[in-house]
Design a protein around this ligand. Structure first.
Ligand SMILES: [Zn+2]
Ligand SMILES: [Zn+2]
Length: 340
């Protein structure tokens, strides 16, 4: 089988790998598609930890080809989405239900071989059944959506809130829709890139702004009568983090969601923080939210057609272009289609 092997910073190689022998609790999956995520770029750039070498790709979906033993709810030929995050079940965090904080966390596509591969071995605990006619261009969003659901749950958005979303990439636009489902009265989206702002508008964001235009921050403060109830940061850099602190109202909440680089730092005036009585939260991974993500997708409650993920073939030339970002004009989401 062909797979995308990550050999260390800026080193990727499409090469033939042996098909591993299945353990009893594993499935062999024919990968239909694997979404490419900001985290993959961070790993490629040496800005996020991973095993080396490893097959990249943690947002994938496919068809069961073989099973290590019988499982009552799955059969060969079933279509599944894969939750890449595997917790140990025996550490202190797992024992208290915080499986995303597991001390021994493993993840397909990060520490174990993942989905940018024609075939993938997946523990059965990670497989989520999909309808057989469900398109892979939609199910690749199950993993990022599951992470967003966890974030939204932590942010505890209440009906009628004014919510500001900083960044209108895939994550920001998924957050936008989840915030709407929770009954926010006003959703404001900030992004410097025109086509992303247009996507936010077509998803019925109430207000869409370019942060690079001079009086944007004042406008948002004015529009929200002093700041947003909740700010969701979906960029992962200093400017976005500081904007979140400036644009949240007294008594408000900030959710830091974007993955930043190692060196990104936000400086906060302690007194501003004190006077505003703020709640600052962060969110990582997707504890017990993967099934909800699948259900929302299957029941068409989240528009992911709008992302129209751009297929990338699994060959050296195509993946190098992808990871060097040489060809991403007006494309919001890529997916590797290893069997095309
Ligand atoms: Zn991801
Ligand atoms: Zn654990």
């Amino acid at each position: 089988m062909q797979a995308l092997w990550f050999n260390g910073q800026h080193e990727i190689e499409v090469k033939e790998l042996m098909i591993p022998k299945l353990q009893q609790d594993e499935l062999l999956v024919h990968v239909d598609a694997c979404g490419v995520c900001g985290t993959d770029f961070h790993i490629y750039e040496g800005q996020a930890p991973s095993s080396i070498p490893v097959v990249l790709g943690h947002e994938y979906t496919g068809i069961i080809l073989e099973m290590g033993s019988k499982f009552h709810n799955l059969k060969i030929g079933d279509k599944i989405a894969i939750n890449p995050n595997i917790h140990c079940g025996y550490c202190e965090f797992c024992r208290k239900g915080k499986i995303n904080l597991c001390s021994n966390l493993k993840a397909l596509g990060v520490t174990l071989n993942g989905g940018m591969s024609q075939l993938s071995v997946v523990p059965v605990t990670q497989a989520y059944l999909l309808p057989n006619d469900f398109p892979y261009s939609k199910s690749v969003f199950a993993e990022p959506l599951s992470c967003c659901i966890h974030g939204i749950n932590l942010a505890e958005i209440l009906p009628g809130e004014k919510v500001l979303i900083i960044g209108a990439g895939t994550i920001g636009l998924l957050m936008l829709q989840l915030v709407q489902l929770r009954g926010a009265s006003d959703v404001i989206v900030l992004d410097p890139i025109r086509f992303k702002r247009d996507m936010a508008s077509s998803l019925n964001a109430d207000h869409v702004f370019n942060p690079l235009i001079e009086d944007t921050l004042e406008k948002i403060i004015h529009l929200t009568y002093g700041g947003a109830d909740t700010v969701i940061e979906c960029v992962g850099n200093q400017v976005a983090g500081e904007s979140a602190l400036n644009l949240v109202r007294k008594g408000g909440k900030i959710l830091i969601f974007g993955l930043s680089n190692n060196s990104d730092l936000i400086k906060v005036y302690m007194q501003t923080f004190f006077h505003k009585e703020l709640t600052l939260k962060s969110s990582i991974l997707n504890p017990y939210t993967f099934q909800s993500a699948v259900d929302l997708l299957v029941n068409n409650k989240i528009n992911v057609e709008i992302f129209n993920p751009h297929p990338v073939l699994l060959n050296q030339d195509s993946v190098e272009k992808l990871f060097n970002r040489s060809d991403n004009k007006n494309i919001i989401k890529f997916m590797v289609t290893p069997n095309n």
